[in-house]
Structure formats: structure tokens, C-alpha cells
Design a protein around this ligand. Structure first.
Ligand SMILES: *[C@@H]1O[C@H](CO)[C@@H](O)[C@H](O)[C@H]1NC(C)=O
Ligand SMILES: *[C@@H]1O[C@H](CO)[C@@H](O)[C@H](O)[C@H]1NC(C)=O
Ligand SMILES: *[C@@H]1O[C@H](CO)[C@@H](O)[C@H](O)[C@H]1NC(C)=O
Ligand SMILES: [Zn+2]
Length: 574
């Protein structure tokens, strides 16, 4: 999970993580130029959209559940391999392997330089060496490539070249442990300590567990003589926590070049863990991610001596703008394609403690024939009451996170800047956010006789308010299809076969981004899912903070899930 992304898909008011602000991503995927913003459709396209019109009235179930899916092609060796995955011997070994991986401090720092230049990357050589030592059968059977030195790309060629590959992802890097927090850990952060229940340490749940768990499963398949029909690709980046520019970006480029646009059948990366909500158990693989944009506001006003100040100076105007932003938050809005809406339908259909008010509003929505512009989304407003972590799954967030102005106590500030961070709701866009800010600031500019340069690539002029964006915008991710007969059913069936039919699978939405942001072109079937689960324990333990840990069973079950999923994908008719 990327840095500071403790935000997780969650259901029914039970936070699945702590809300916090993640660091800016940098990707250059979406190069929305000022030019496109200024084009003639600037206004027409960008007016805040009314909530989308309704889905058809229907009594069809909204959240049918896939039946448990168990691979039908088997051999004695594969059956034995499954027994092995359920044995104490495997449990112990997988703990030992994970513990060893946690001991290698593959920290990625915000100010990391280029690979090959900054020596802090060198630790990833040790990590790669460790994997090779630990999984010799995998290295012997799969083709292993290194992309940009530390990106690890494994290919297990299928016998049927017509089948699009399955892609499994995870990242090798971990969030750094600040020196100041080391002594707050119950067990040292890179000890990989096993206490009989948990493996402790940085990376134990984000996400060396997933990376090692995948390799354990493939190792077991190789040893059981499995030969895939469908090519299997493992793609492990090494800078996810600092936005994936050197790792995932390069890996994704190689894969898109090799397999073509839409060339993979499915992609599964780290993401949401199973959790409990509304009195039921849920797997909520992320099928959507919010977008992202930072708006930088610069107020330029005449300087002068502070003994003879005008009524308002640059800092005052900036303060007025900041207050305006805070006074005008975005409304919760459940776009028809927002996975959280699907999750609500699932809750209404399957969960015993699903709130009646929400159920009523869902029905009302289904019977709505048209929506009026500027009408509030009652359902979203009601659902948002469950807490901020829920509200922001379907609301564009805005937060002023940086401010800077003035140089001296006796001089009026000539240049004041601040940055507004936005996470863009599904159904909205980068353009809609920029339009919102520009529109909001127009009257203030007029009032103070300042020129408003709104995203027009103009260099700052004296007496002006200039709006620009950081280059790393990201539109909300395309939403993965979840209909019958799609890879979603394979994922669902695999999950319910492993954990039981009292676990419901529903679409989830992420407020932050994983490395998959670079893979949109490779497949529309992207899932962000943390598949290891021990229903006695919380799925994920304290990622990005002190005392990160993972339950032993939750770790073991990553391998059991992958073992089933790879074989189910192999048999799937997609
Ligand atoms: C913005 O201006 C710079 C030079 O001032 C120019 O190089 C760049 O192409 C412009 N970008 C757009 C999107 O117009
Ligand atoms: C697994 O480890 C436990 C101690 O952690 C030990 O008691 C048990 O015998 C081991 N089992 C196997 C099969 O190695
Ligand atoms: C506004 O600024 C312009 C020049 O930028 C100036 O000519 C004009 O007098 C100003 N008006 C007020 C009301 O300050
Ligand atoms: Zn992660």
C-alpha cells in the first residue's frame, strides 16, 4: 500500500484503517495540459454533474454471489500439494520465509535518487538474492527478468498462447521506520519476530506477506508438476510507497509492450482485506480508485512597509481563499458506477444488520426515473453519516496541506502560496475539480482587483491569483467490471471456496492508489485485494505505523488462495 495510505475500503462505519493523507503520487499518466482545460468545452463539460440517473427498475438480485469455485482438473500431485499447504510443515516454513524477508530493510525514502546512483537501492539486491535462495524451483522453472535493475518480472509460459495471462502483483519496498519510533516497537521493526501468532515488523502486512505468499503458492505448483495453460506473470515493483515511478511504471510498460493493450486477463494487486460489517463478513476487492490532483494557489500583491499596510495583503487574501475552500466542501455523491453503491446493494441483500434507512433510500433510488440538477444525493448523505472514512469513498475530498508566505516582520508579503490536495470522487474528474476552484475564487479576485490566472500556463503577474496543478494528476481509475462471466466471478468463487459461503464478495473502492495506476492499459480487470484472512484476527495489522504485524494463518492463506486462483484462471473460459 502506498505511503500513508491507511485508507481502506470499509463498510458500515467500521473503519478498516486510519484515515490519513497520503503523499503525492507522481506518475505523469494523465498529462492534462492547461490547454485542454482552456479549450472551448471548458465550461460546458465541467459543470458539477448532477447525480446520475437511475438504474433500471428491476427485482433481479443486485448482488448475486458466485458459487465456490474449486479447480476441476487435478492430479495426485496437486491434491498432495493442497494437503501440504494445509500442513503444519508448510505453515512453519512460510512463517520462516516471511520472517526472513522482513529482516531485509527494503525501505523506500521520499527523496530517493535514481536506481544505480542512490546507494540506498542496493538493499534490493539482497532481497532479490533472498528470494532466489528461498524459491529455487520458481527460479528454475519461470523466466525471471529484472526491469530497471530491481523490478522483478516472472513469467510462467502457458501452453495455450491464445489465453491472456494472469498477472499477480506485490511490491518489495516498505515504508521507512523513523529512528524516533524504533523504540516504540514491541519487537524491533526489522526483526521479523514470530511470537506463535504474529510475524512482527515493517512490511509484514504491507506487503511482503502477499509477495512471499504468491511465491510460496507458485513454488508449490511447480513442485507438483503443474503446467499452466494460461501464462502466469508475477510483477513485483520496488518503489510503490513512493509512487512507483521507477518500478511499476517500467514494469507496466514492458508488459503492455509485450502483451498489448488489454493484453492481460486479470491483474490482482495488494488492496483491501476481508472485514466484518453490518453483521456479515465481506471480501471487498478494490475495483475502483479515486483520482488525485494538487492545486497550487499563488497570491501576488504589492509589497511595502508593514507600518503603512493596506486593508488586505497577500496573506489576508490567501486566508480568505482558504476559508472559502473549507466553507465549500464537496457533497457526497454516489455515481452509478461507484463500487460503494454496489456494496450498499450487497449489504441490503445479504447483511442482517444493514440499516433500514439505507435500504429504504436504495429502493427509492431504484424507482427514481430522473434526477433534478442540483438535487442532493439523499442516499449518499445518509451513507456518509457512518464516518469520514466511509464518506470519502464517494465524496471528493479537499485539504489545504501546505502554506507559505512572507519573509520578514516589517515587510508586506509579495508572494503567498498554498496547496490544496484533492482525492477525486468516482464519476467526477480532474477538470471538474479545477473548474470548481476557479469558480470559487473568481469573486475574491474581483473584490481585491486581482487578475485570476486559472490553469492557463501564464507566468505569475503582479497583483494576481495564479492557479496551477502539480504534474501528477490522476483521473479516478476505470471501474473494473463485476458482472457474471468476468474475472470477478473467478476471484469471488476462489475466495468463497477458501473461506466459506458466509463470506460475501462485493466491489470495493480505494481512496488511494496502488501500483496498478500504471497498469490501466494492460487490463480492465484490475483487483486490489489482500487475500490472506484469519477471521479471528483483523486482516491487516497496523500498516505504515509502529508494530506492523501479520497473523500466521492470514499469511498462510495468501498461498492457499493463489494456489486456487491460478488454477481456476487456468480453467476459466474468459
Ligand atoms: C506552458 O508554457 C511553457 C513556456 O512558458 C511552454 O513550454 C509549455 O509548452 C506550455 N504548456 C502548455 C500546456 O501550454
Ligand atoms: C511447527 O512449529 C512448532 C513451533 O513453532 C512446532 O511445535 C511444530 O512441531 C512444528 N511443526 C512441524 C511439522 O514442523
Ligand atoms: C485595479 O487595478 C488596475 C490596474 O491593475 C487599476 O488601473 C485600477 O485603478 C484598480 N482599481 C481599483 C478599484 O483598485
Ligand atoms: Zn503496499
Amino acid at each position: 500500500m502506498e505511503k500513508n495510505l491507511a485508507e481502506r475500503p470499509s463498510v458500515g462505519g467500521r473503519p478498516a484503517g486510519n484515515a490519513s493523507i497520503r503523499k503525492p503520487l507522481a506518475c505523469g499518466l494523465i498529462l492534462l495540459g492547461a490547454a485542454s482545460f482552456l479549450s472551448h468545452n471548458y465550461v460546458s463539460n465541467l459543470v458539477t454533474r448532477p447525480w446520475p440517473s437511475n438504474a433500471p427498475i428491476s427485482s433481479e438480485p443486485r448482488c448475486p454471489q458466485a458459487s465456490p469455485l474449486v479447480p476441476s482438473r487435478s492430479t495426485k500431485e496437486l491434491d498432495d500439494a493442497w494437503e501440504y499447504l494445509n500442513s503444519d510443515a508448510f505453515f512453519n516454513k512460510s512463517i520462516e520465509h516471511l520472517s526472513g524477508a522482513v529482516k531485509i530493510p527494503t525501505q523506500s525514502y521520499d527523496d530517493m535518487g535514481e536506481v544505480g546512483i542512490d546507494p540506498r537501492w542496493d538493499i534490493f539486491h539482497s532481497f532479490a538474492y533472498y528470494l532466489e535462495e528461498t524459491f529455487p524451483a520458481v527460479y528454475k522453472t519461470l523466466e525471471v527478468e529484472k526491469v530497471n535493475t530491481h523490478g522483478l518480472l516472472f513469467t510462467w509460459k502457458g501452453t495455450d498462447a491464445a489465453l491472456k495471462p494472469t498477472v499477480l502483483m506485490a511490491h518489495q519496498d516498505v515504508v521507512p521506520v523513523p529512528d524516533s519510533t524504533v523504540n516504540q516497537w514491541t519487537h524491533p521493526p526489522f526483526s521479523g519476530h514470530w511470537d506463535g501468532k504474529f510475524v512482527w515488523g515493517r512490511g509484514s502486512s504491507d506487503c511482503k506477506n502477499q509477495l512471499l505468499g504468491i511465491l510460496e503458492a507458485i513454488d508449490t505448483l511447480v513442485n507438483a508438476g503443474f503446467q499452466p495453460k494460461r501464462t502466469l506473470v508475477l510483477s513485483f515493483g520496488f518503489d510503490e510507497e513512493i509512487s512507483g515511478m521507477q518500478g511499476a511504471d517500467n514494469l507496466a510498460k514492458v508488459l503492455i509492450k509485450r502483451y498489448g493493450h488489454g493484453g492481460a486477463a486479470v491483474i490482482v494487486d495488494e488492496g483491501a482485506a476481508n472485514l466484518e460489517g453490518w453483521g456479515a463478513n465481506w471480501a471487498i476487492p478494490g475495483v475502483g480508485e479515486k483520482g488525485y490532483v494538487d492545486v497550487i494557489v499563488t497570491v501576488r500583491m504589492p509589497g511595502g512597509h508593514s507600518s503603512i499596510p493596506p486593508a488586505h495583503n497577500g496573506i489576508g487574501v490567501a486566508a480568505e481563499l482558504v476559508s472559502l475552500i473549507e466553507a465549500n466542501p464537496y457533497e457526497p455523491l454516489l455515481h452509478e458506477s461507484n463500487p460503494y453503491l454496489s456494496l450498499l446493494y450487497c449489504g441490503a441483500e445479504h447483511a442482517p444488520e444493514f440499516p433500514k434507512t439505507l435500504k429504504h433510500l436504495l429502493k427509492k433510488r431504484a424507482h427514481r426515473t430522473c434526477s433534478k440538477k442540483d438535487q442532493k444525493d439523499e442516499l449518499a448523505l445518509e451513507a456518509a453519516k457512518a464516518g469520514l472514512d466511509i464518506k470519502y469513498l464517494f465524496t471528493t475530498s479537499q485539504a489545504v496541506d501546505l502554506i507559505n508566505g512572507g519573509v520578514k516582520t516589517n515587510a508586506l508579503p509579495e508572494r503567498t502560496t498554498f496547496t490544496i490536495n484533492h482525492r477525486i470522487n468516482i464519476g467526477s474528474s480532474v477538470d471538474a475539480v479545477l473548474f470548481h476552484v476557479a469558480q470559487l475564487f473568481t469573486p475574491v479576485a474581483k473584490k481585491h482587483n486581482l487578475t485570476l490566472n486559472a490553469f492557463n500556463n501564464v507566468t505569475e503577474t503582479p497583483s494576481s491569483i495564479t492557479l496551477t496543478t502539480r504534474p501528477e494528476h490522476l483521473e479516478p481509475a476505470p471501474v473494473t467490471p463485476t458482472g457474471p462471466g468476468t474475472p470477478f466471478s473467478i476471484l469471488s468463487g476462489t475466495t468463497r471456496a477458501l473461506y466459506g459461503e458466509d463470506l460475501f464478495v462485493a466491489p470495493g473502492v480505494m481512496t488511494g492508489n496502488t501500483d496498478t495506476r500504471y497498469y490501466w492499459g494492460l487490463s480492465e480487470h484490475i483487483f486490489r485485494y489482500s487475500m490472506g484472512w484469519d477471521r479471528e484476527q483483523e486482516g491487516l495489522g497496523r500498516i505504515h505505523t509502529v508494530d506492523e504485524r501479520i497473523g500466521g494463518k492470514a499469511h498462510r492463506d495468501v498461498s492457499k488462495w493463489v494456489f486456487g486462483f491460478v488454477r481456476n484462471m487456468d480453467e476459466a473460459d474468459l
